[in-house]
Design a protein around this ligand. Sequence first.
Ligand SMILES: [Zn+2]
Length: 351
Amino acid sequence: MLSEHVINLPRKVVVGIGVIGRVPTYFRELGLQSPVLIVTGPRIYNVVGKRFEEMLVDEGYETSVIRIERSHIDTAQEILEVAQELKASTVVGLGGGKSIDVAKYVAAKLGVKFVSVPTAASHDGIASPFASIKGTGKVTSIRAVEPVLIVADVEVIAKAPRRLLAAGTGDVIAKFTAVLDWRLAHRLRGEYYGEYAASLAILSAKHAMRYADIIGRGDVEGARILVEALISSSVAMCIAGSTRPASGSEHLFSHALDIVAEKPALHGEQVGIGTIMMAYLHGKNWRLIRKTLKQVGAPTTAKELGVGEHHIVEALTIAHKIRPERYTILGDKGLSWRAAENLARITGVIS
Ligand SMILES: [Zn+2]
């Protein structure tokens, strides 16, 4: 007998040029209500946040804006208190990862509607029901809520730094090894495995891979392809009800690197390099993963990542301990120092 499997999905996903300008219409169509709390970053506020707020005010919405610089649990709690005082009915995350993560967390805690307005395509948290919050004692993401509305303006996203676009490609390509790990856990541990969610995640990765040359151009068309791939990967998580289709050993490696490296790089950059190495362990075409990352200008070596080579090896040896319940190709015992060093060397991550 199947136990109950509930799927919550975003209700409206809008991707296109200049779509931010139509936000009040989408708000009305979905019946979103005041007060609206907008969580954004200081720089993004000046670029698009101010205009965003004015548009809603002109349409009669009651709005408040909070600018944040980090996604720490203390910040998230402060904003939660503000949102409670305001009796916010809708919480918008407008910006890159941090604003979206904090807004998602706050909306989930309050049980109100969450709207995601990504201004960069650097990771697949833009549409997933999971938030990455620092300082909770957990390095992995926590359950929050899926957005009711996603507005991805590719004109805005294409103007984000190229490095973010490259990182986003790394996070999409990760679905190859994430799904292989998921399938392995299903076969070896009897873990729930959803074929549909897995196929959708793989499709996202293949989409980004197929059009890597266009993504690498960094124009609106490239931003559109990448953002669509990131959204479909997020939807795969909504369908699975877990991060399983999107996050496997390559993510564990990145989380481990966050712990051991003095100055960790971007999530998607680390995950991309993790995918090269985990694809090798799975006996898959790791060279193709590396080629795709190179095409979009993402780092493929420790040096390009700005992380010490011994930190790469150390992260590989502790990655299996990050989330012991998540079975992956790393197994229960993980990699020995020697095996980790060999792996990083063969795949050209260290020299
Ligand atoms: Zn990720």
